[in-house]
Design a protein around this ligand. Structure first.
Ligand code: VG1
Ligand code: CO
Length: 543
């Protein structure tokens, strides 16, 4: 068995973004590209000697090949063992669980999440630390530094490992254990939720459609929903992971999961609709005739979590990313628990979860999760919803509207302007930053600004500071706009504009969101100068 040391040189742009390193697949397939990054990860964590890692991905194009490369590099870097999902498949939350369950030193998750897959689409690599969570900023910073000085990487030369059969083998001093990607995860879900109650609900005629979007959650959802919980066969749609996700965007929102939305708004709608993304960490929840925004879903789950056995003792606290609406804050206030506001990206929840300060976390981008793993978890959110529905025995719409009547409603929408030339997006953002101090008191499209800042976060656990995490602008009447640049795109820049308007119960909670948010939208379009900088005011995607 030979372990080669290969000469290489730094490659520009290997800076991990919101969620790992994400590039066009062809970029990843270039000579040394993946290898440089993986070696830099080993350097950043102090080497691989004697360590154990988890490796798996969402099954997209290049997944299997990249796993073989990582196995060979792990061997050459002295790792003792790698645990791999069968056929290279592991959802992000399942990988997080395996890292924790087996007390490993971390894991490589191969995914570009909700971005499309295929040779002409996107690929990505994320490294999760020993707590099961995404590498924190300090660590991703070290990885990036290592990519800038790298001169060689280590790789073993051995035949590809058969990932199709479960079992343990040995290559070049490395033990490779191929495991069932679903079993341990499903057992974890069974420990958190009342599967008997959910099974009884399905037996009594409750219907559901789960759109796995041709992505990684299919096998998990089939095993758990149709297998263990007895949902009708066919409940899981698009359940076989494909290399290009059936040619679609595996992004669970009303735009990319339109067939599910159409069904849920029709007379044939089942009781619950749900979908998840490429790597299984996001979720979409739709009731018959009602889409539940992820921000509302977080608040609803927080308000009802004690109905599930795993959370019966209550929540230590909740946390949400800054652009996520304040709906969860109102629930936390009523429960008398803390609500933390973090920058975008799950890595910022890790310390709060590890320290026991937060039990539930969520993001407006359809990510919800808890302290059961250190990632957001799509199927977990669906199961918590099912558990709540089994206990409350009310339609989703009734539960949501009751929640609004109790807490008021945070009307919410996100507008994405995609593939904007990087300089133009930068100019728009810089233009606001330059005026931040003067905005208060000025009016735009008839709405006065009451405050504006650039969000910085000081981690309450380790004191680390993250600056430049998005622009916040508050308007009279309680409206809030947030602008930030996406850190997961692979083409140009994506400007995300988040709009939120709170209305108290007596002010009306069932008006169309677009109508309620229109004055705010007009004000921020004018303030930011979208027409001038981007040449348009209509976004590509509205969620
Ligand atoms: C987006 C979302 C963010 C999420 C991230 C990773 O980031 O806004 O909330 O954590 O994707 O999710 P950005 O920087 O593009 O806004 V996933 O499902 O890609 O792991
Ligand atoms: Co994802």
């Amino acid at each position: 068995m030979t372990h080669d040391t290969v000469q290489t040189a730094p490659i520009d742009g290997q800076k991990p973004g919101t969620s790992g390193l994400r590039k066009k697949t062809r970029v990843f397939m270039q000579e040394h590209y993946l290898e440089n990054f993986v070696q830099s990860v080993f350097e950043a964590i102090g080497g691989g000697q004697g360590k154990t890692f988890v490796v798996g991905g969402d099954g997209r194009y290049f997944n299997a090949q990249a796993i073989q490369t990582i196995l060979k590099m792990a061997a050459a870097n002295g790792a003792a063992k790698v645990i791999v999902g069968q056929d290279g498949i592991l959802s992000t939350p399942a990988a997080s669980h395996l890292i924790r369950l087996n007390k490993t030193d971390g894991g490589f998750i191969l995914s570009a999440s909700h971005n499309p897959g295929g040779i002409d689409e996107d690929f990505g690599v994320k490294f999760n630390a020993a707590n099961g969570g995404p590498a924190p900023e300090g660590l991703t910073g070290k990885m990036f530094e290592a990519t800038k000085t790298i001169s060689e990487y280590r790789i073993a030369r051995f035949e590809d490992v058969d990932l199709g059969s479960i079992g343990t083998s040995e290559r070049g001093g490395l033990t490779v254990e191929v495991v069932d990607p679903v079993a341990d995860y499903a057992a974890l879900m069974e420990s958190l939720f009342d599967f008997d109650a959910i099974r009884t609900m399905f037996q009594s005629g409750f219907t559901m459609r789960f759109d796995a979007m041709h992505a990684v959650t299919g096998p998990y959802a089939k095993d758990i929903l149709e297998g263990r919980l007895g949902a009708a066969s066919g409940t899981v749609a698009n359940g076989d992971p494909s290399e290009d996700f059936g040619g679609g965007h595996p992004d669970p929102n009303p735009i990319w999961a339109k067939p599910l939305m159409d069904l849920m708004m029709s007379d044939d709608a089942p009781d619950l609709g749900a979908a998840s993304d490429g790597d299984g960490d996001r979720n979409m929840i739709v009731g018959r005739g009602i889409y539940v925004t992820p921000s509302d879903s977080l608040a609803l789950l927080a308000a009802n979590a004690t109905l599930a056995p795993g959370y019966k003792n209550g929540l230590a606290g909740v946390a949400r990313s800054m652009p996520t609406s304040g709906a969860a804050d109102r629930v936390a206030e009523k429960l008398g628990i803390d609500c933390f506001e973090t920058p975008t990206g799950w890595k910022f929840f890790g310390n709060l979860l590890d320290a026991g300060k937060a039990t539930l976390c969520g993001e407006e981008s359809a990510g919800t999760g808890s302290d059961h793993v250190r990632e957001k978890d799509g199927l977990w959110a669906v199961l918590l919803w099912l558990n709540i529905l089994a206990e409350r025995k009310q339609p989703v719409q009734e539960i949501v509207e009751e929640h609004w009547r109790t807490y008021g409603r945070n009307y919410y929408t996100r507008h994405d302007f995609e593939a904007v030339p990087v300089e133009k997006a930068g100019a728009l953002m810089d233009g606001i930053v330059a005026r931040l101090g003067d905005l208060e008191g000025q009016s735009f499209a008839g709405l006065a600004v009451t405050g504006a800042d650039e969000f910085s976060y000081t981690d309450p656990v380790d004191g680390s500071v993250s600056t430049n995490q998005g622009l916040r602008i508050w308007f009279e009447g309680g409206g809030r706009a947030v602008l930030r640049l996406s850190g997961t795109g692979t083409e140009g820049a994506t400007i995300r504009l988040y709009l939120e308007q709170y209305r108290a119960p007596q002010e009306g909670t069932t008006d169309p969101a677009a109508e309620v948010l229109e004055p705010l939208r007009q004000a921020v379009l004018e303030l930011a100068g979208f027409e001038k900088h981007v040449g348009r005011v209509e976004p590509d995607v509205i969620t």
